[in-house]
Design a protein around this ligand. Sequence first.
Ligand code: AMP
Length: 302
Amino acid sequence: MSLLVVGSVAFDGLESPYGKVERALGGAATYFAVAASFFTHVNLVAIVGEDFTAKDAAIFRGRHIDLMGLERAAGKTFFWAGRYSENLNERVTLTTELNVFADFKPRLPEKYRDSKYVFLANIAPDLQRDVLQQVKKRPKIAALDTMNYWIERTNDELRETLRHVDILMINDAETRQLSSEHNLLRAARNIFKMGPSTLVVKRGEYGAMLVDKRGVFCVPAFPLEEPHDPTGAGDSFAGGFMGYLASAGDKTDASLRRAMVYGSVLGSFTVEKFGLDRLRTLKRSEIHARARHFAKLTQFTL
Ligand code: AMP
């Protein structure tokens, strides 16, 4: 079952207490596509500039990722730079340069238009909506991620896009900002009024929480002794989550719970190294071994 994603393919400048990288391949859709491709076929919709080389595109090769929707344009690729605090829990954005994304008009290749699973990764909400509108029938699951940058600058457009999605996947600070509510359960209720019927809150080292009308499910983050760079952990989480759901082909409570675990598994691998370095060498057997480890981690008797 193929999964459609639209979002940023980017170059990132990363600074953490563990080191500094001036320009690494990144972008929400890049992390998402690589993570999801361990579970299902991925169709990627994004734009890159002339500075994006065949060597950069190598991250997608040899995986189940279709690049027909990856447009090349005159100009520079999206650039983002961020710096992490000592404990890696806080991040400040130093630079956001939209570059080729500023004038992007996504056109879905015909074969992408009957997608059943759609992920609107973090990018301008009107681009997310534009892509969703080009999908012929309402997908089985349409999920969306966003961030403070868009919540602050394009709130009306974001709310319009949210009316058409089933799952919102954002972090705790963004949940509070979007809903104007500190308590996450009450925030979920506000968000359900905006359109989505499921909220997935990504909480960094504290794991993730899924809220829907059936109740709440929590998954921990995998305890790591030496996390290096949290960039892309949220997008990798989303890739594991949506990739698993697309491969399962349903949205039962049991599948959603397993999707949360696979999300947390993929996110945990990403933070082990800088940028995409850990995902580059990741093997399916390692994913399944860590999922089994999660089962042990959370098992108890009453
Ligand atoms: P995450 O750490 O999961 O929040 O995602 C980090 C990725 O999001 C980086 O690789 C950035 O290139 C990308 N990113 C940062 N800001 C934006 C933005 N405003 N729009 C789209 N992508 C962004």
